[in-house]
Design a protein around this ligand. Structure first.
Ligand code: SAM
Length: 446
């Protein structure tokens, strides 16, 4: 068997894509190796969302160049978002690369790798392969949690974002194929799935007949043996009353909603072309909390978008306080080639971005800590996923609202169990608790 080494940068979708690639190549007699020096083929799965992500890839390609110097038959491929967006630059700055292909062409990876092994010139592929649900996964040990892509691409055209250019148009997988994939995962021991899409709540509108995420939840909920359903990433613009109802009514859907805000200022949201206002965002949060009072929210925020003033930024801080997010991912605006915001006037200076980044994190940590403190004394359902990282002998798991809980459950609970834990302490990054009975959890489960 030939040996394949995969290096993955970026989001969950990239992790999932790497698994698909490993699965497809396994069918062609490639086995995975952790050792780059032992590989016949090395594929670097890239991210282009921010400039920093691209810098990391070039530094890794520099390391691989040294490896290739001693082994000219080694095939080095660059795949994913940066490969799609920057093929020219990849070949110019990293001439040791033999293969460049984008995410929309993943289904053809086996053929592309074979060509790259045969042909003297670099193989380039940035077209789109037919949409197939690739269920072939590496023969890894049973996994408790898995990502499942339900749709590819993005058509949102936020002015800061490269994704529509890197991942192509929106294409949904048919519900039956998704359910079949999840059934396969559950048969191997999976208890929790995260349904993935760039705008996952736009799922299904391109299918014939059209369907939606609420309907998909109902189908996935029927998979016996599956415990939990999560999903990401949603766009407030596509958040429908049907989906809000489904959050309450579909038992396996967890009370955790990742809803990118990006900015709390209407002026900035408009320049970002996000399609909603601050008031609309808050209305959606209220509706979701009304449907499901235990709902936890996380969000993405960009600081230093072109033209963002102190007043705009203050409006973002206000929304962070008002929503009381459990978790906030903050990004400094990064100019991406070919996006409208890259050429907007009034680009914000790096030191201002750094300062706003720090200030929003401060507020986010404070409100997140208050949310944690509020969980003290509650009994929560926990899916046990391993040993606690800190203290030996303790188990660790996640609540339905996506909080890490460590507890002493030795001998009384095992990985994969769903148990009930009373929260005794709220630390900055995790909760501590003790095993208890389900009766106490009534007010916190559906
Ligand atoms: N499709 C999702 C959406 O639009 O909400 C999220 C996709 S992206 C992989 C994750 C996050 O990266 C975005 O929500 C945004 O906050 C951030 N991001 C995207 N483009 C960026 C840029 N040019 N500079 C800084 N952050 C960016």
């Amino acid at each position: 068997m030939a040996k394949l080494h995969l290096i993955t940068y970026g989001c969950q979708m990239n992790e999932y894509d790497s698994e698909r690639v490993a699965g497809l190549l396994r069918e062609r007699q490639y086995e995975l190796t952790d050792d780059a020096a032992a590989a016949d083929v090395i594929l670097v799965n890239t991210c282009a969302i921010r400039e920093k992500a691209e810098d990391k890839v070039f530094s890794k390609l520099g390391e691989l160049r040294r490896l290739k110097a001693g082994r000219p038959d080694l095939v080095i491929g660059v795949m994913g978002c940066m490969a799609q967006l920057q093929q020219g630059m990849v070949l110019r700055r990293a001439p040791q690369v033999d293969l460049v292909f984008g995410s929309p062409a993943i289904a053809r990876v086996a053929e592309l790798v074979e060509r790259a092994r045969r042909e003297p010139r670099p193989v380039l592929e940035t077209g789109e392969a037919p949409l197939v649900k690739i269920t072939a996964k590496p023969p890894s040990a049973a996994r408790l949690k898995a990502f499942v892509t339900v749709m590819e691409g993005c058509e949102k055209h936020c002015t800061f974002c490269v994704v529509p250019r890197t991942r192509g148009r929106e294409r949904s997988h048919p519900p039956a194929a998704i359910v079949a994939e999840i059934e396969g995962l559950v048969a191997e021991g999976c208890r929790e799935v995260t349904l993935l899409g760039q705008t996952v709540n736009a799922y299904g509108r391109d299918l014939t007949p059209p369907t939606d995420l609420a309907e998909l939840f109902a189908r996935v909920n029927d998979v016996a043996g599956l415990e939990r359903i999560r999903f990401t990433t949603s766009n407030p613009y596509n958040l429908t009353p049907r989906l809000i109802r489904a959050m309450r009514e579909v038992p396996k859907v967890c009370e955790w909603f990742h809803l990118p805000l990006q900015s709390g200022s209407d002026r900035v949201l408009e320049r970002m072309n996000r399609g909603y206002t601050r008031a609309r965002y808050l209305e959606l949060v209220d509706a979701l909390r009304e449907a499901e009072p235990a709902m936890a929210f996380s969000t993405d925020i960009i600081v230093g978008f072109p033209g963002e003033t102190e007043a705009d930024f203050a409006a973002t801080l206000e929304v962070v306080e008002r929503v009381a997010f459990d978790n906030v991912f903050v990004f400094r605006y990064s100019r991406r080639p070919g996006t409208p915001a890259a050429t907007m006037p009034e680009q914000v200076a790096d030191d201002v971005k750094a300062d706003r980044n720090r200030r929003v994190l401060e507020v986010a940590q404070r409100v997140g800590a208050a949310r944690s403190a509020h969980l003290r004394g509650r009994t929560m359902e926990v899916l046990v996923d391993g040993a606690s990282r800190r203290s030996t002998g303790e188990l660790s798991g996640r609540t339905r609202c996506n909080r890490v809980v460590n507890f002493d459950g030795q001998g009384r609970a095992a990985v994969g169990d769903v148990v009930h834990v009373r929260v005794t302490d709220a630390l900055p990054h995790s909760l501590r608790g003790m095993l208890t009975t389900p009766e106490e959890a009534v007010c916190w489960s559906k």
